[in-house]
Design a protein around this ligand. Structure first.
Ligand code: PLP
Length: 394
């Protein structure tokens, strides 16, 4: 087959640029021609420690030759170690592991529905938010607040009324006897990197306490050090009852987690699971990755790189007449009020920098959390070059 015909063997589920990437190392991806690209997408924030970090490859090799897989119905050391680590780091009481962010969120939704059936007279509505994102399974799509997203997939899974983000009154107005939970991202990632306000999250916590609602934080994108603290809720000092993690947790290997306070842990055997749930290989990697991410010195370094990146982006915004820089830690966006984000992503790639545009009016940057000062400088320089081409088209 020709290279084009081979590409056409794939279902048309994502817009892929031309280069075929054959290798990744640290902050860089390399294409078939040997060209290096500084990767500020990093697997959509999956590669917390960059491409093929030794921490991950060594844990994989060790575990692969010790115990590659076991039934999800058995205990094994990597599963027990990861559960203990995450529970003690998060202040939650119990954990469940699966493969993707959407599956972890499905677990959170089911946990809330069961808890509602057992303790709140069958209440099952989970208030979610306009512009929020929770995944691409049917239930998580229904929880997602993206206009036009459900055109071909009706009927929606019922029970996800939408409130306006950062608007406490719009949440309060939706609460009724059928409400069991409120679910949100502390920073809306796919929605354009929009952080919750301090006041809003504190208000939500109080509202949930008053109405005995489960507060669920989807930290699939913001968790695992991405925000500059291990979990984004630590920035706000607002602890959820239930939280989900994914992406960076496996450092490049599929792994996600559902964590909950004891009071809400109502699953019984058979309620939730999957063939790959809590598999040894993924759990061993997750533990090794967390050992790095949870170190205070590592998180301090993420915050330092975040300041450098934010200041650099602000300078570029001023120079090129763009909008605000927003986000937390190394999950930042540069707003482009006049649009052009998709074009900028392409130009940046031509300059050797990989970016992503979750919305036409902003580009998102998610470098590896262990990026060096020099790598951040290099990315800013490449972005400056791409912006110059955008403002003064060839
Ligand atoms: N939740 C949030 C906040 C996300 O950003 C994502 C993915 O971008 C998901 C859930 C879905 O995760 P996955 O793609 O691993 O299913």
């Amino acid at each position: 087959m020709s290279p084009m015909q081979r590409k056409q063997c794939l279902m048309n589920t994502v817009v892929r640029p031309d280069p075929v990437f054959v290798r990744g190392q640290g902050a860089y991806l390399y294409d078939q021609a040997g060209l290096a690209y500084l990767d500020w997408v990093q697997g959509w924030a999956v590669n917390a420690l960059g491409h093929s970090p030794e921490v991950v490859t060594a844990a994989l090799a060790r575990q692969a030759t010790t115990l590659l897989n076991a039934s999800p119905g058995f205990y094994h050391p990597p599963l027990l170690a990861l559960a203990e680590k995450l529970v003690s780091l998060s202040g939650m009481d119990q954990a469940f592991f699966i493969n993707s962010g959407a599956e972890a969120n499905e677990g959170a939704i089911k946990l809330a529905r069961k808890w509602g059936r057992l303790h709140k007279g069958g209440a099952y509505e989970i208030i979610t938010f306009d512009n929020g994102y929770h995944g691409r399974t049917l239930a998580t799509m229904s929880a997602t607040g993206k206009p036009g997203w459900d055109t071909y997939y009706p009927p929606q899974v019922p029970g996800f009324p939408k409130a306006r983000f950062n608007d406490l009154d719009s949440v309060a107005a939706l609460i009724g006897p059928g409400t069991v939970a409120v679910m949100l991202e502390p920073v809306q990632g796919e929605g354009g990197v929009i952080p919750a306000s301090d006041e809003f999250l504190h208000g939500l916590r109080a509202l949930c306490d008053r109405h005995d609602l489960m507060l669920i934080f989807d930290e699939v994108q913001t968790g695992c050090g991405r925000s500059g603290t291990l979990f984004a809720w630590q920035h706000y000092g607002v602890m959820p009852d239930v939280m989900t993690l994914g992406k960076g947790l496996g450092g490049g290997v599929p792994l996600s987690a559902l964590l909950a306070r004891r009071r809400h842990c109502c699953f019984e055997p058979g309620d939730q699971g999957g063939t790959f749930s809590g598999a040894p290989l993924a759990c061993a990697v997750g533990s090794a990755v967390l050992d790095v991410l949870a170190q205070p010195a590592f998180l301090a370094q993420v915050r330092q790189r975040s300041r450098q990146l934010r200041e650099g982006l602000e300078a570029l915004s001023t120079r090129h007449g763009l909008g605000e820089v927003r986000g937390l830690g190394l999950l930042l966006a540069l707003a482009m009020p006049d649009g052009g984000a998709v074009e900028l992503v392409e130009l940046a790639r031509e300059h050797g920098l990989l970016l992503n545009a979750p919305r036409p009016h902003c580009v998102r940057v998610m470098p590896a959390l262990n990026s060096t000062e020099a790598e951040i400088e290099e990315g800013l320089r490449l972005l400056d070059g791409a912006l110059a081409m955008l403002v003064h088209p060839r």
